[in-house]
Design a protein around this ligand. Sequence first.
Ligand code: SAM
Length: 409
Amino acid sequence: MRIDIVTLFPELCDGFLSASILGRARAKNLFEAHCHQIRDYTKNKQKQTDDYPYGGGCGMVLYAQPIADCLRAVQDQCAAQGRTKPHVVFLTAAGQQYNEETAKRLASYDSLALVCGHYEGIDQRVIDAFGDEEISIGDYVLTGGELASLVVADSVLRLQPGVLAEEKGYQDESYWDGLLEYPQFTRPEVWEGRAVPPVLLTGDHKKIDAWRGDQSRQRTRERRPDLYDRWCETHPLTEAPKWKRGENMRLVKTEEQMARAAELMAEGRRTVCSPVCTEEQLAAMTPEHWRPDLDAERKNGWAFYLHYNKVGETDAMVGVCHKTGMIGHLFVTESARGQGIGTKVLDFARKKLPEHEHPTLGVLSTNTRAISLYKRMGWRLNGVLTVHDPAQGAPFAVYCEELRMRFHG
Ligand code: SAM
């Protein structure tokens, strides 16, 4: 790949591209980089590159002509090397926001020209005439496009074959697959009283990969819900985890099972409501409190199922309503989490409602973990079922909403 940077500060850009990992790769000819001085292409005696803006206003604007001539020279050099016409990117604060997807796309060009503005910017006519796209590296304003062009050059060049020691080096990193990277640790094992997570010392790569995957998803969900949302929609769970031998779902029929369902419901409500309720409110969520609700629902067409693990313990429940196509009371006990039981139980419940093409369920807006899982299982947000507003008498400490999700498949 060949990269050309068109700038008023070529030595600054060149210095960066000659240092560290990129410098070594450049010395090995793994890519070609050229930094061009815009001033060299001026046609006035003073070698002036900018002028006052038409229409008034503060600052100066870079002339179109020297930039155009510089880009023409770059095009000629590429043609002389038998390369394709360079893809031209203008770095501007008003451009499309840059991300790893764009880096991957730009990395596929044989030749890329990056144009750096300065002062108030660049005469729009040269951008319109030569630019294939405008890129911004973030929602802030820099004094010049040099840092922005180097951000683009660095993120694009590190994707070129051979620049990083291993291809896996970039495939594991944040944003590659739409997720943030898991946390990294190196020696010593304990630093100032802080130990490395024990799983990383086991040497069990299956376990380590699973832990890193969990960390990646958890971090992205917490720090970048926007990215996580997109990731969930593009990474569906195509198959529910396999049922273990001896594990099964049983319809609640006996009084003993009904009492257990009320216990699980109470535990479930306390867990789900803990971010939005006071200790006192949570303490009131007892099995006795919920039992009348379960009895009434059962009379109204609901069926409840308990999940039995392979040693016969009940560790999850779910309810389905054949009349309305609703699924509810999905809960997995704390000790049974992380084994895919929630996924299996929801899949089971949905299949219990074959007469409803698009079953629905309710989920508290604060339960982002569940919402993400449901999205991966083909459920989509579909309005608000209930608003829990303490100002309107809801028995909650914090305003929240119960969202409706609908199965789309
Ligand atoms: N007047 C411009 C505006 O309000 O959008 C800002 C000009 S800025 C002071 C000077 C140059 O820095 C721009 O022409 C552009 O090349 C570069 N620049 C500033 N912020 C940038 C950003 N967020 N991303 C990419 N380039 C940026």
